[in-house]
Design a protein around this ligand. Structure first.
Ligand code: HEC
Length: 237
């Protein structure tokens, strides 16, 4: 083979290599944005059953603190995940979901809208959309109301979920012609030891999280899960 031939081949190989790299870059960029644009919906099933699901805080949440420290503008930005199905303007009609203007403080499932019905539905829920209810629903709609028609995975990122929900609720509470729903009283910093004879909560009163109650085989050192401390025996001085 002549030198010229070899050079041609080398050139081709080099060229092909560069092209592959180039294509890779392009497709990467393409799929990347596509993925982002759709993130958030499309996946109606939340990751609740696996042990690595979102960190759901089971204890009381301090909505006074969460909302008074929230960023309303950032909350408005979160509605980008809702506008496919909800309108936020006063007097707007329903889309796939009911309009959300004035939702904070509104009775749950109270508009002329075909809400889910029956067991685990929104229609069955009592009460108003206060911060607690909104927070739990938006964190994981299917956990809050298993029969809900809202096909939305929830704002349940371990790192930003609570912040997003607080910001969003702070924005939603501004969507009213009147006074926004008042914030609840702040929670006490640390639960103080009961001063008088009031019955203390037995064990911190934290109910076990779903799926967290898998009993370890006897003899298995249950790391991080010590047996319940023996209850104090009252009245046996
Ligand atoms: C894929 C469509 C879809 C998306 C996305 C979606 N929703 Fe919904 N939403 C619905 C539907 C449908 C309902 C009615 C649910 C039912 O009846 O069970 C609903 C109900 C609600 C309700 C109850 C309203 C009432 O009148 O009781 C609230 C609050 C709500 N959505 C908030 C949100 C927020 C906030 C977001 C964005 C973070 C969002 N939704 C994203 C479809 C959606």
């Amino acid at each position: 083979m002549s030198d010229l031939g070899f050079n041609k081949i080398a050139f081709c190989v080099l060229g092909t290599g560069l092209m592959v790299i180039g294509l890779n870059e392009v497709s990467h960029a393409f799929f990347h944005t596509e993925h982002h644009a759709k993130a958030g919906w499309d996946v109606p099933v939340a990751e609740v059953s696996s042990g690595t699901g979102p960190a759901i805080v089971e204890g009381p949440r301090d909505y006074f603190k969460l909302i008074s420290e929230a960023d309303v503008e950032a909350g408005k930005a979160v509605t980008a995940k809702c506008v496919q199905c909800h309108k936020f303007e006063a007097g707007a009609a329903a889309l796939q979901g009911p309009p959300l203007y004035g939702v904070v403080g509104r009775d749950i499932a109270s508009l002329g809208f075909k809400y889910s019905t029956g067991t685990g539905s929104l229609s069955e829920k009592e009460g108003v959309w206060d911060y607690e209810h909104l927070d739990r629903f938006l964190e994981n709609p299917k956990k809050y109301a298993p029969a809900t028609l809202m096909s939305f995975v929830g704002l349940n990122s371990r790192s930003t979920g609570q912040r997003d929900r607080a910001n969003l609720m702070a924005y939603l509470r501004t969507l009213t012609p009147g006074e926004p729903l008042p914030l609840p009283a702040p929670l006490p910093e640390v639960a103080p030891a009961p001063a008088d004879g009031a019955t203390p909560p037995a064990d911190g009163a934290t109910p076990p999280a779903d799926g967290a109650a898998t009993p370890a085989a006897p003899g298995t050192p249950a790391s991080g899960a010590p047996a319940t401390p023996a209850p104090a025996q009252p009245g046996q001085h």
